[in-house]
Design a protein around this ligand. Structure first.
Ligand SMILES: [Zn+2]
Ligand SMILES: [Zn+2]
Ligand SMILES: [Zn+2]
Ligand SMILES: [Zn+2]
Length: 206
C-alpha cells in the first residue's frame, strides 16, 4: 500500500516539475520587471523562428516600433565584451558583442583589431566618467551616427556633438530600445534615452 502511495506522489512531483520547467520561475519574471529584460545573442542565433522571447516568457524586441526595456549584461559591463566583425561601412569596421549585442566601431585605417577574429575588450571606464569624445560617422535611418575612439557608437539627432555622456536613467534602469533596421545578419535597435545602438543576432535556423 505504501508502495502505491509513493509511486502516486512521485508521478505528481514529476508532473509538477514538468509544468514548472515550461513556466518561467517567478524570480525570473520578477528580475525582468526590476532590471529589464535579459538579452543574449547566442540564444538569439539558436532560436527557432523570427520572434524573440525573453527567458521570463515575454515576447519582446518586436519590430513594430514599441520599446523594450533591456538590462545591462553585467558579465560584459564588469568583465569584457567579446566581439566579432559585423560589417565594413562608412570608412569604419563595425563589430557586435557575441553576448549582449553591444556594437563597436573603429576608423578602418586605425583599427587595432583589424586582424583579429574574435576578441575580448573591456569597457573604457574613463569614457563612462568623462564622456565619449566623438566624431561623426554618417547619417542613416533618421539619425546622425557618432563614434568615440574607444569604439562606442551612438545614434543622435542632427546637431554638432563632441562629447556624449551616458544619462543616469540608462545607467540605473537599463536601455529602452526600439527596432531600427535589419542588416548584416543582425537587427539593430536604438535606445530612446541615450542613442545607444544594439545589434541583436538574427536566427540561424530560419
Ligand atoms: Zn524578461
Ligand atoms: Zn557584451
Ligand atoms: Zn569612448
Ligand atoms: Zn540608453
Amino acid at each position: 500500500m505504501s508502495d502505491v502511495r509513493y509511486s502516486d506522489s512521485s508521478v505528481v512531483v514529476e508532473a509538477v516539475s514538468v509544468a514548472l520547467a515550461h513556466e518561467p520561475d517567478w524570480r525570473t519574471r520578477l528580475a525582468c520587471r526590476l532590471w529589464g529584460h535579459h538579452v543574449d545573442n547566442r540564444s538569439f542565433r539558436q532560436r527557432a523562428g523570427a520572434q524573440r522571447s525573453c527567458r521570463c516568457g515575454a515576447l519582446y524586441l518586436t519590430t513594430d516600433g514599441s520599446h523594450t526595456r533591456v538590462r545591462h549584461t553585467l558579465s560584459c559591463f564588469l568583465g569584457h565584451h567579446t566581439y566579432i566583425r559585423m560589417a565594413d561601412r562608412d570608412g569604419h569596421h563595425e563589430y557586435a558583442c557575441l553576448q549582449c549585442g553591444h556594437p563597436l566601431m573603429f576608423v578602418a585605417h586605425g583599427d587595432p583589431y583589424a586582424a583579429a577574429g574574435e576578441f575580448k575588450k573591456k569597457v573604457r571606464y574613463l569614457c563612462g566618467l568623462f564622456g565619449h569624445r566623438v566624431h561623426r560617422v554618417t547619417s542613416r535611418a533618421g539619425f546622425v551616427e557618432y563614434a568615440c575612439p574607444c569604439g562606442h557608437s551612438f545614434l543622435k539627432e542632427e546637431g554638432p556633438i563632441q562629447v556624449i555622456r551616458h544619462p543616469l536613467i540608462c545607467v540605473a534602469a537599463g536601455h529602452f530600445v526600439r527596432y531600427l533596421c535589419s542588416r548584416a545578419k543582425h537587427s539593430e535597435y536604438v535606445c530612446r534615452n541615450c542613442g545607444h545602438p544594439f545589434c541583436f543576432a538574427d536566427s540561424e535556423n530560419r
